[in-house]
Design a protein around this ligand. Structure first.
Ligand SMILES: Nc1ncnc2c1ncn2[C@@H]1O[C@H](COP(=O)(O)OP(=O)(O)OP(=O)(O)O)[C@@H](O)[C@H]1O
Ligand SMILES: [Mg+2]
Length: 251
């Protein structure tokens, strides 16, 4: 049975493949032939100016907006035309820029809803509650266990969304600006958790405009500008890349 820390994936690499992904909104090419691969256990930082296509790329994974061309595969399965629910079942956990939680439910009820969505046969409601409590504690929001989510601050809701996403036991975690509106102390808590998940072998894509944080955390960075992939390398390489400086870092 699965337990915290069982993120190591033994499947042969690559685990996540984006091949010539393109998507247009009218005449606006939000994604323009984007290609990259990830091996299991990588922590990839995704950067780029506002409107460069970062969220659109993550949205194509759950076919929120289907690709017009190209394909996206996870663990060798095409996922670009699956529904968000199917993508979740396939092992992908997604955190949205604006927290997606059930505001009228308590924190624990939110976690249970996620837990039941992917529950293994052997897992009881008590097992799920136990796991939910562990997650709330590790993210320092256990005192909100029975609090209605809608009454929490934006930052606390972001942490709840993080807990909810981890409840899904993802093998690939997609984080879209997870630190938006989060208090610096809570950002530290999230960072610690992300580092631990990475050490445990989870594959992670993280979008952030917080460059010092994302550069410090990621082993590899890709940059988008106008829907095109303009850089793919180590944080040091991408930071020094004249194309990235010109498009984003503002030489
Ligand atoms: N639902 C939509 N309908 C029309 N155009 C859209 C839609 N969603 C995104 N776009 C456009 O696609 C482009 C990419 O947007 P996207 O949200 O992916 O950028 P982003 O890199 O996530 O930006 P930010 O850093 O501001 O979150 C932008 O030009 C945006 O206006
Ligand atoms: Mg975005």
């Amino acid at each position: 049975m699965w337990s915290e820390g069982d993120y190591r994936v033994t499947a042969a690499s690559p685990i996540f493949e984006v091949e010539d992904a393109s998507l247009a909104f009218g005449g606006n090419r939000a994604l323009d032939s984007v290609s990259f691969n990830m091996v299991a256990g990588e922590l990839l930082g995704l950067i780029g100016p506002n409107g460069s296509g970062k969220t659109t790329l993550l949205n194509a994974v759950g076919s929120i907006y289907p690709l017009s061309d190209g394909k996206i595969s996870f663990e060798r399965q095409r996922i670009d035309s699956l529904s968000m629910h199917e993508v979740t079942r396939a092992g992908i956990g997604r955190m949205f820029q604006a927290p997606r939680i059930f505001p009228h439910m308590t924190c624990m009820e939110n976690l249970l809803a996620a837990g039941f969505a992917v529950r293994e046969d052997a897992e009881s409601r008590e097992d799920l509650i136990h796991r939910g409590e562990e997650l709330l504690t590790s993210l320092t929001i256990d005192r909100f266990r029975d609090t209605v989510a809608g009454s929490m601050s934006g930052g606390q809701r972001m942490l709840l969304q993080f807990a909810r996403t981890l409840m899904l036991r993802p093998r690939l975690l997609l984080l879209d600006e997870p630190f938006g509106g989060v208090h610096p102390k809570l950002i530290e808590v999230m960072l610690e958790r992300i580092r631990t998940l990475h050490e445990d072998g989870l594959t992670i894509i993280m979008v952030s405009h917080d460059l010092p944080t994302i550069m410090g955390l990621s082993q590899r960075i890709i940059a988008l500008a106008n829907g095109k992939l303009i850089a793919d390398g180590t944080p040091a390489e991408v930071r020094e890349d004249p194309v990235v400086i010109d498009a984003y870092l503002g030489g």
